[in-house]
Design a protein around this ligand. Structure first.
Ligand SMILES: [Zn+2]
Ligand SMILES: [Zn+2]
Length: 180
């Protein structure tokens, strides 16, 4: 398995990024490092939508983050606090290059406060962990899974995320072992 680099970008909470390392090591059985890197997110801001272009960010990282520039040896996951979109969708929780080396997850829409509920750090961490495992699963060539509780099940709303577990189902674990 390729090692995983987690990059908290655009003012993302480094503690939230650090909390991912354990679950990612357990799930993907590979080295996980939280690395410092900085970008100017404003270049991805769509003024009309007030959101940031997810695909633009991925393309930029491939070009700008040295371990990605120098070859396909590292899976890189950017964690961002700002809202992401791709043109055909209102918003996305994240995006990944399937079978590639770069992915991004936003926690903008994962915080309970966004839905008028009190802050809940444990719930936020749980949702972020699931979405990050999901996008990294895509980097390791996993596709969407029909199993509702599997972390590779597609989520459009936070309620969908809350129905999933942090883990891959048995079929996805088996797929992962074949594709790695
Ligand atoms: Zn997905
Ligand atoms: Zn599955």
């Amino acid at each position: 398995m390729k090692p995983i680099h987690v990059l908290p970008l655009g003012g993302a909470d480094p503690d939230l990024a650090e909390a991912l390392a354990g679950p990612l090591r357990r799930t993907f059985r590979t080295d996980v490092a939280v690395r410092e890197f900085s970008i100017n997110p404003e270049q991805f801001l769509d003024d009309g939508r007030g959101q940031y272009n997810s695909t633009g960010l991925l393309l930029h990282l491939k070009d700008a983050y040295p371990p990605l520039k120098s070859g396909p040896g590292v899976c890189t996951l950017a964690l961002v606090p700002f809202d992401l979109f791709i043109p055909v969708l209102t918003y996305v929780f994240g995006e990944a290059e399937v079978g590639g080396n770069v992915a991004v997850v936003s926690y903008h829409r994962l915080a309970p406060q966004r839905y008028g509920l009190p802050p809940d750090d444990a719930l936020l961490r749980d949702r972020v962990t699931k979405e990050v495992i999901h996008e990294i699963g895509h980097m390791f060539s996993l596709i969407h899974c029909s199993e509702l509780a599997c972390v590779m099940h597609s989520s459009s709303y936070v309620e969908d995320i809350d129905m999933k577990e942090q883990s891959l189902c048995r079929i996805c674990v088996s797929e992962l072992s074949h594709r790695a």
